[in-house]
Design a protein around this ligand. Structure first.
Ligand SMILES: CC(C)(COP(=O)(O)OP(=O)(O)OC[C@H]1O[C@@H](n2cnc3c(N)ncnc32)[C@H](O)[C@@H]1OP(=O)(O)O)[C@@H](O)C(=O)NCCC(=O)NCCS
Length: 162
């Protein structure tokens, strides 16, 4: 499979058939990974969007995924991960752009997310889009780590997807 400069990677809604690969990426990506039933229940919620990036050739190699809620009061990012083998090729940004595009199209005014204070890679990605820290949630994660709550007005993020 080629990389970002190659167009043979596409975005589509995730299905239960993707969960095995999603879980494999999930456990390599987070200290407290979601379990399969968490993914399954998100796939069933009417306001959840779950997207995967897969190879066009077989449509079975999952490179990364994004899961977010689309609600009138805001879009909430729940989960974003790229296979460690494919990090640094722009796929994380591509997944973020898909979420932002939907927020623009649905005319939802803001996008919010939480990120571990220690997750500098993700924080750099979010800051490069224009997300700002609004507040902190102390001991948010079960290991006691603080969450940064970050937010952007959709109108300010829209330049990222033009
Ligand atoms: C965060 C994550 C999704 C980024 O995916 P990615 O495909 O590697 O990211 P991209 O290649 O699209 O990079 C986009 C931007 O992120 C930032 N970034 C990516 N990797 C970085 C690194 N190792 N160090 C610092 N910044 C980094 C840069 O700003 C980069 O833009 P640039 O390439 O123009 O410099 C990926 O590292 C991951 O899956 N991490 C584990 C799960 C996770 O932490 N998810 C976020 C939870 S809130």
């Amino acid at each position: 499979m080629s990389t970002q400069s190659d167009p043979h990677i596409s975005l589509r809604p995730a299905t239960s058939d993707d969960l095995k690969q999603i879980l494999s990426i999930e456990v390599q990506s987070y200290p407290e990974p979601w379990k399969i039933d968490h993914f399954e229940s998100e796939l069933e919620r009417p306001y959840t969007r779950a997207l995967v990036l897969t190879d066009d050739e077989t449509d079975t190699i999952v490179v990364g995924y994004i899961i977010y809620w689309i609600q009138a009061e805001g879009v909430s990012l729940l989960n974003l991960a790229v296979d460690p083998k494919w990090r640094g090729f722009g796929f994380g940004m591509k997944l973020m752009q898909a979420m932002i595009k939907e927020a623009v199209n649905e005319d939802i005014s803001r996008i919010v997310l939480e990120v571990r204070e220690s997750n500098q890679t993700a924080i750099t990605l979010y800051e490069s889009i224009g997300f700002k820290v609004t507040h902190k949630r102390k001991s948010f994660y079960s290991n006691g780590e603080t969450a940064l709550v970050m937010e952007i007005k959709t109108s300010e993020a829209s330049s990222t997807v033009q």
